[in-house]
Each structure stands twice: as C-alpha cells, then as structure tokens.
Ligand binder design. Structure first.
Ligand code: GAP
Length: 454
C-alpha cells in the first residue's frame, strides 16, 4: 500500500469513517463498515448525486428496485452466461488470482477474454504470493452471487441472484415508468442501490468490493438521435460530479474500451479514470447500450417495450445511454482529494478539505470550558443551528485538540463560545481551510453560517 493510502486508511478508521468489518472475528474478506462520519459522507455524496441528476432535472425520474430480481432477467441480459472474469489458481500455494490482471501486470499485455493466450503467458509468470510457476489453466468464473429463495407457489427452492448491477431493475420497470409518469423521450430513470459481485480479488481498500453501491441512470433516446453529442455531454456531467467531490481535473482521464474489450451489451464505453494513490483506475463509466436490454427483455418476457412518438406517429424501441457511478469509489475520491498535511507553527496539521456540500459535519459548536454558564449558551446555539445544518457539540479536551479533531473530520466551521461571549453576545467562527477567526454576533450566526452553505 502506498504511504498516502496507509495514512488515509488509518485516518478513516481512527476518525470513524471506514472500519474493516467484523474485526472481532479477524475481519471478513474485504468488507467494510462505514462509521458515523463515513455514513454522513456517503449520504451526502448520494444526496448530491440525487439532487444533481434527479431533483435538478426535469427529464430524469427516480426508482428504487429490489436486489433480488426474477432470474430470467439475468438470462435475458446475458449475465448468467457472459458476466465472467478469468481466474487462475496457484497449485503450489493455493492462492487465487485474476488471470488477466496477472498477465497485464507482468507483461503489459491486455488479454481479457483470451483464456488460452492467458494460460500460455502464465507459464512464464511467477506467483506473486509464493514465487513458484505452477498454475492451473485460466478459466471463466461467473461473478454473480447465487442464493436460494422459497418458491411460494410450489414449495420448491428457486435459485436467484443478488443483482450484479442496478441497471437490470431499471429496465424491467421501463414500461411501468412510461405508463405511470408523463415522461417523453429523451428521459432517464435514476437509481441508487446495492450491487454484488463475487470478485476474484477484491482490494485497494474500498476500491474493489464484493458488496458495493451504484448510482446509475438509464437515459432513453430515440434511435434516430445523433447520440454522439449527448454522449459527450454525459461525460462532462460525470466529470463535473467528480469535481464536486473535491477532485482536481488534472487527476481525471478517459479510457475508451476497444471493440474486443467492451461488455456484451455496449456499442461504445468510456471509463472516467481517477488518479488514485495506486494509479489511474476506473472511477465511473458511460456506455451506449443501444436497444440491447429492452429488446432482450421484450423477447424473453413477451411484453412490448416500445415508445410511441405521438408527434411523428412512430413506434420504436428506445436506445439507451448509461452513465454509471460507484458510491464507494466516489467516497474514496473524496477522501483522497480532501487529505492535506500542512505545517503550522512547527507541527503537522492533517486536514480533510471536503467540499462543503459533502462534509460529514457542517458546524462544530465548542464551548471553551464545560462550565454551565458557557455550556448553556453553546447548547442554545446547537439547538438553534441543528435544524438547518449538520452540527456536532463537543466540550471534551483542550480547544486546540478539538480544532485538530474537527480538521481531521473535515468540518468547515467551528464555533467557539468563550467567556467574552457572555458579555458581547458573540462567538468566534473558525474557518477550516484558512484557520482565520471571525467574531460573529450570536443573533446573526444562523444567517452567517446557513448563507455559507447555499
Ligand atoms: N451497469 C453498468 C455497470 O455496472 P460497471 O463498470 O461494471 O458498469 C459501474 O460498474 C460502476 O460501479 C464502476 O464504474 C464503479 O464505480 C462501480 N463498481 C463496479 N465494480 C465495483 C466493485 N467491485 N467495487 C466497488 N465499486 C465497483
């Protein structure tokens, strides 16, 4: 792990953002729990996304579909046969790897989908774990998690899958949305929710997980639309969202999938890659899925999944552009971009410079001492502010330590109530980034702070 990643992982645990899950049982296969501040940060990221793409747009509506969906959906979408990765086992140490990743790391060759060539290349590659060369053949591994469900009608047990992407739940409700809402093409359906993939190798902290959350939009367009400008527009919108997480534009780049690497459903796919501390990696994706999904579900279900264009008296199966975003990767970008170390009076100040829209705590209220005369004023301020801003009240430890703690959780403003406050009815507001302090009248505080979050 890089030095920076180590610092971020350590801060994330120490300050209640991300914990390795089930540590009391020795941890559990790259799964993580989000602590109090991590949960706030996640929620703020999801809210920012929902506001940006659903509330602020007239052409996109929301949906919340189930995780367990009809198994026929995954047959129709091609996931039961095609949603595979290549795995290989080391016979000497029994460790399992993604075959294509091993080959790419060792030789720079991208052999995704070419099992025989991968097996040949592996005959010259040492196991990263034990150093031996003794591989099984590379073979396909389906990444969907299977589970069983009681089939109520005939008491049989049905095999079902945890959804590997949220998109499926959107396509099967296309007709319901069309029939119940006054949507007109072009329009989108957006969803935030869990997805599950039995990744062969998870890792890089919360970058690659088996259980994660996606924020996806299926944007339905006419087959006659010139889609290229719209595709570029979506890429820009996705980039703007990354910048809103605090990222720097210079840390973003695009990767267009070549023909032989694209998913089975896609006509064009571009990944937005971010420069994580472990290198440029896929953050979000944008795919032109054509009419693949609606046509496949229409054929498999027998339902017509068309659109009637009244103006032109024309029926067609819409095409779809799919901007897709990962919640955990967004959270990781927010953590990486926010992390700063600064020298202040000979000491290192660690400060998480989250953009205000996603900071887990917006205002901390800190009475200088626990004395009743100060805490009663500070509690009154907390009660006033908590209905409009996410606030935290903290009266433990020295004020210096409390500032450091708020810096590390990225609180943009600290409000200090001191003994002068009893006389001048004012408090000190400290700005996280500049560390400048300003005296503000208590009666003007709500307007002062709320104004800064508009
Ligand atoms: N519906 C299209 C789709 O699922 P994808 O590129 O496989 O496309 C979309 O996934 C996004 O989901 C990725 O760009 C990434 O942000 C996130 N994602 C995918 N696999 C992930 C994993 N194993 N762990 C964390 N996030 C993941």
């Amino acid at each position: 792990m890089t030095d920076l990643m180590e610092k971020i992982v350590s801060l994330a645990k120490r300050r209640g953002f991300v914990y390795p899950a089930c540590e009391i049982y020795g941890g559990f296969a790259n799964s993580y729990s989000y602590g109090p501040y991590g949960t706030e940060l996640r929620n703020n990221i999801k809210q920012l996304w929902w506001r940006t793409f659903v509330h602020h747009r007239e052409d996109i509506v929301g949906l919340d579909g189930p995780i367990l969906l009809h198994p026929k959906l995954w047959e129709a979408s091609g996931h039961t046969t095609g949603f595979n990765d290549a795995l290989v086992d080391c016979k000497a140490c029994q460790k399992r790897f993604r075959a294509d990743h091993l080959v790419e790391e060792a030789t720079g060759q991208d052999l995704e989908g070419k099992l025989d060539e991968m097996s040949t290349a592996l005959t010259k590659i040492k196991c990263p774990n034990c150093g031996k060369i003794d591989w099984t053949q590379a073979r396909e591994f389906n990444m969907m998690f299977k589970t069983e469900m009681n089939n109520v009608s005939d008491e049989e047990i049905a095999e079902v899958y945890l959804r590997p992407e949220t998109a499926g739940a959107i396509f099967v409700e296309y007709k319901n949305v069309l029939d119940s809402m006054r949507v007109k093409i072009p329009f989108g359906i957006a969803q935030i929710g869990k997805a599950f993939r039995n990744e062969i190798v998870a890792g890089n902290f919360i970058f690659r997980l088996r259980e994660f959350e996606q924020m996806e939009i299926e944007y339905f367009i006419s087959p006659d639309t010139k889609w290229e400008p719209l595709f570029d527009e979506w890429l820009t919108k996705q980039e703007e969202f990354v910048l809103a997480l605090g990222a720097d534009k210079k840390d973003l780049r695009h990767y267009e999938h070549p023909d032989d690497k694209r998913s089975h459903y896609s006509q064009k796919t571009v990944d937005i890659e971010y420069k994580f501390p472990f290198g440029f990696k896929e953050l979000f994706g944008l795919a032109h899925r054509g009419d693949f999904d609606l046509t496949a579900h229409s054929k498999a279900s027998g339902e017509k999944l068309e659109y009637f264009d009244q103006e032109n008296n024309k029926r067609y199966v819409p095409h779809v552009l799919e901007p897709t975003f990962g919640v955990e990767r967004s959270l990781l970008v927010a953590l990486v971009a926010a992390y700063h170390e600064e020298e202040v009076k000979g000491e290192t100040r660690v400060v998480m410079k989250f953009p205000k829209a996603i900071a887990p705590i917006q205002v901390a209220i800190l009475p200088l001492s626990k004395k009743e005369e100060l805490s009663s004023v500070a509690r009154g301020i907390f009660d006033d502010l908590k209905t409009s801003l996410i606030c935290e009240y903290d009266e433990t430890q020295s004020i210096g330590k409390r500032y450091r703690r708020q810096d590390e959780i990225g609180t943009p403003y600290c409000v200090t109530v001191d003994f002068d406050s009893l006389e001048d009815k004012a408090v000190t507001v400290r700005d996280r980034d500049s560390m400048e302090q300003e005296r503000v009248k208590i009666e003007e505080l709500d307007g002062y702070l709320v104004g800064r979050y508009k």
